[in-house]
Design a protein around this ligand. Structure first.
Ligand code: ATP
Ligand code: MG
Length: 493
């Protein structure tokens, strides 16, 4: 255990940490903060949700002089939502020291952005394309930048942003310090990254698995056509408080979202074809619990820190093991527990084995919940709702009508009728999701545009998953118990 006191952090930032409720440094913070404060370049790798933002944020903030209204720190992140979030966390950490961070990303009004930049933020957190745009227009001055951070570095290099990243770094003074962080860092990508840096110290928080151990991981083997019914059955049976569902395409995200809404779930979708306004509003609704289910493409897979996400579903298994790690890492953050459930079609079993092997994690087989179980789950949710109402003890106005009902019918019948009215007959809303090809290990699956220049795939797929099925059958343990807890927490809607 390391306290922040031991890390030579200045008082204003210590005060901010205290205000944020951070008591101890996480391992990646304990290991990288001293290295970075000394001025070293650092490649930091640690599991999802373990505080990498503050690990690079604190040393960057330490170096900044708040009196100089110049951009002294830069963070580059792969998605707009992540840029917004990182800027918010840096603003919290830097507030008492008087350091202002601003996010800059595509899809936002250029003129408005330029005006805000004139206000003189000390740190800019940007997505690569928009950042280059500003650099070309000279609306972002890079000559005073002392620290450059690449958050989710491997993703940006993977996504074909390597040239953009090179261009960005070329424009930043050579004496800069470069910090590079991610939960995953395939060797080939690390080699590319190392070339962009100055003798970086590599800090890898050691763990057996790439995923955090407080995420219980399951898979359900299920034909493509049955995925959607299985999803709603699972959600009825286990009643996740907050869930993210990942799907492979934007079209499927829309279809799943529509389907869930038709079946009475409070769901919204997020993907790259939506306007930025819509993307932001969907994410805010999810954060404020006005939406319980977020359906997303990989645009939401990296870095997003939404507290209390209890379940992550892979409606479609992701192509890369790294993507699996990041997706499921949206739950089980900052020491909390979470559950990940992946739907695997029979032909994708070998791909699942490969993911297990690369991530060194155990993904347990779970039987698909039946429709009967789903209905029972819904009834229990309705019963919980009644229990909560009873606890509130404000039922006097209803007693006269209740006693009239009980004169005509026995209490069992009355309660059963009430429960029936409170539960939804989900199957009355048939839903069709358009099919996609299964991901297979043997086929050359790297032809897709996402796989451009992904040397690490060769490594994985060269090894070839062993195929075959796991025989560790059985349902997730403790579902009912956990379900009870979740329902108490949320008050079923
Ligand atoms: N020392 C700490 N004590 C308590 N909470 C912390 C500490 N450091 C960070 N946190 C909180 O933990 C959560 C996860 O942090 P963060 O988003 O930085 O994780 P990450 O390692 O970047 O994850 P990812 O790989 O998914 O990007 C945040 O809500 C953050 O505020
Ligand atoms: Mg992060």
């Amino acid at each position: 255990m390391t306290t922040f006191n031991e890390l030579n952090i200045s008082q204003p930032i210590m005060d901010a940490l205290q205000k944020m409720g951070f008591e101890e440094a996480t391992p990646i913070q304990a290991e990288t903060i001293p290295q970075a404060i000394q001025g070293n370049d650092v490649i930091g790798q640690a599991q999802t949700g373990t505080g990498k933002t503050a690990a690079f944020g604190i040393p960057m903030l330490e170096k900044i002089n708040p009196k100089e209204r110049k951009i002294q720190g830069l963070v580059v992140a792969p998605t707009r939502e992540l840029a917004i979030q990182v800027a918010e966390e840096l603003n919290r950490l830097g507030k008492i020291k008087g350091i202002r961070s601003m996010s800059v990303y595509g899809g936002q009004h250029m003129e408005r952005q330029i005006r805000a930049l004139k206000d003189g933020p000390h740190i800019v957190v940007a997505t690569p394309g928009r950042l280059l745009d500003h650099m070309r227009r000279k609306t972002i001055r890079t000559s005073d930048i002392q620290t450059a951070v690449l958050d989710e570095a491997d993703e940006m290099l993977n996504m074909g942003f390597i040239d953009d990243i090179r261009d960005i770094l070329k424009n930043i003074p050579e004496e800069r310090q470069t910090l590079l962080f991610s939960a995953t860092m395939p060797k080939e990508i690390r080699d590319i990254a190392t070339n962009l840096m100055n003798s970086p110290k590599e800090v890898k928080v050691k763990s057996k698995e790439m995923t955090v151990e407080n995420i219980e991981q399951y898979f359900i083997e299920i034909p493509e056509k049955q995925k959607f019914d299985t999803l709603t059955n699972h959600m009825d049976f286990y009643a996740p408080a907050l869930a993210i569902i990942f799907s492979r395409t934007k079209k499927r995200v829309d279809e799943i979202t529509d389907g869930l809404q038709a079946r009475g779930f409070r769901a919204e979708g997020i993907h790259g074809d939506l306007t930025q306004g819509k993307r932001t509003s969907v994410l805010n609704k999810f954060k404020n619990n006005r939406v319980d289910v977020l359906v997303a493409t990989d645009v939401a897979a990296r870095g997003l820190d939404i507290s209390n996400v209890t379940h992550v579903y892979n409606f479609d298994i992701p192509q890369d093991p790294e993507s699996y790690v990041h997706r499921i890492g949206r739950t089980g953050r900052a020491g909390k527990t979470g559950e990940a459930v992946s739907f695997i079609t029979p032909r994708e079993m070998a791909h699942l084995n490969l993911i297990e092997k690369v991530t060194k994690s155990k993904i347990k087989r779970m039987a698909p919940p039946t429709y009967q179980e789903a209905k029972r789950g819904q009834q229990q949710a309705a019963a919980d709702k009644i229990r909560n109402k009873i606890a509130q003890l404000d039922l006097k106005d209803y007693q006269e009508t209740a006693s009239e009902l009980l004169e005509d019918h026995d209490s069992m019948t009355v309660v059963a009728a009430a429960l029936k009215m409170m539960t939804k007959e989900r199957r009355n809303a048939p839903v069709n999701i358009s099919s996609v090809q299964p991901i297979s290990v043997k086929k050359g699956k790297h032809s897709g545009k996402n796989n451009k220049g992904r040397p690490q795939n060769k490594k994985y797929y060269g090894q070839r998953g062993q195929g075959g099925r796991k025989q560790n059958g059985g349902r997730s343990q403790g579902g009912r118990n956990r379900k009870g807890n979740y329902q108490k927490n949320r008050g079923y809607k």
